[in-house]
Design a protein around this ligand. Structure first.
Ligand code: BGC
Length: 285
């Protein structure tokens, strides 16, 4: 049953941000923003004052909903269909963004998929597509963003940083995941890609960080929480005893994109209800 605070979360309101608008004047691109975590993050950035490009691959309807939600709170937004694993699509998307908004200040590389299989039954196609979207897609988008950050340099009235990149990772950048070897490998890769980029780019005032969500109710993991039995099993892995909502992630992204986190470089902010706290030891082990 939903309680009052859950209802408030679900209305997509990020308390405070709609008044303070910490991202006013900034241009953001969120990949995979037509559903789940990406959509909630895009709306939160819009509420915080950013103009937002909503990337989607096939869910045009969800992308249109995100655009509307952002416009309803007074910010600009448009949707752009592109497959982040394809260099030509990624370049066309950034070109459309530069034509519309002139530059990019914030990239949230969020697109991600799962193709689960027992290890010895995993096909090369299942391995490859997960690596292509979850890891290579983040590389391709970040590369375009960094080229533009370097070209433009810092604009002090917009942000102390030249640019901010937020990689959507997962608790599975550290928790091994049987039956999901391709996915865990992609997120482990995102972790060291993010840290290596942060090390290389911090001297240029480019900040690169990740968000590591735990179990969040989105289309990617519906089977894990959509029946009471499945949800009970899942809650054994979550000390906070609640499955997260996409709106739990939005404020974390706003903070990592804002100057409030200006000294934060190369870190993963886990938003997981404590999933990383070895919940098997909850009763003393
Ligand atoms: C996965 C979800 C899973 C969660 C916690 C996420 O990265 O996409 O399917 O529920 O990690 O295991």
């Amino acid at each position: 049953m939903m309680n009052a605070s859950h209802d408030q979360n679900s209305s997509n309101k990020v308390p405070g941000y709609s008044i303070i608008k910490p991202l006013k004047g900034q241009k953001a691109l969120v990949t995979g923003a037509s559903s789940g975590i990406g959509k909630a993050v895009a709306v939160a950035l819009g509420q915080a004052g950013a103009s937002v490009v909503i990337n989607y691959r096939s869910n045009e309807k969800g992308a249109a909903e995100a655009v509307k939600a952002i416009k309803d709170c007074g910010s600009e937004a448009f949707a752009f269909g592109a497959d982040v694993s394809q260099p030509a699509d990624v370049q066309a998307m950034f070109k459309a963004m530069f034509d519309a908004y002139g530059t990019v200040d914030i990239l949230v590389s969020n697109s991600g998929i799962q193709q689960d299989a027992a290890f010895d039954e995993m096909t090369l196609a299942q391995w490859q597509i997960v690596i292509d979207v979850n890891l290579t897609g983040q590389f391709l988008c970040a590369r375009e963003a960094v080229k533009e950050f370097k070209r433009r340099g810092v604009v002090p009235e917009v942000s102390r940083a030249v640019g901010k990149i937020i990689c959507m990772s997962s608790v599975h950048e550290v928790i091994p995941w049987a039956g999901h070897v391709n996915y865990a490998a992609s997120k482990g890769g995102v972790m060291l890609m993010m840290k290596s980029m942060a090390q290389e780019l911090a001297p240029l005032k480019i900040r690169v960080n990740s968000i590591g969500p735990g179990a969040i109710k989105t289309p990617i993991n519906t089977a894990a929480w959509s029946t009471p039995e499945a949800e009970q099993e899942l809650l054994k892995l979550i000390p906070a005893k609640r499955v997260g909502e996409p709106e739990d992630i939005g404020p974390a992204a706003v903070w990592l994109a804002s100057d409030e986190s200006d000294y934060v470089n190369g870190t993963t902010l886990f938003v997981d209800g404590g999933m990383l706290l070895y919940p098997g030891f909850e009763d003393g082990g």
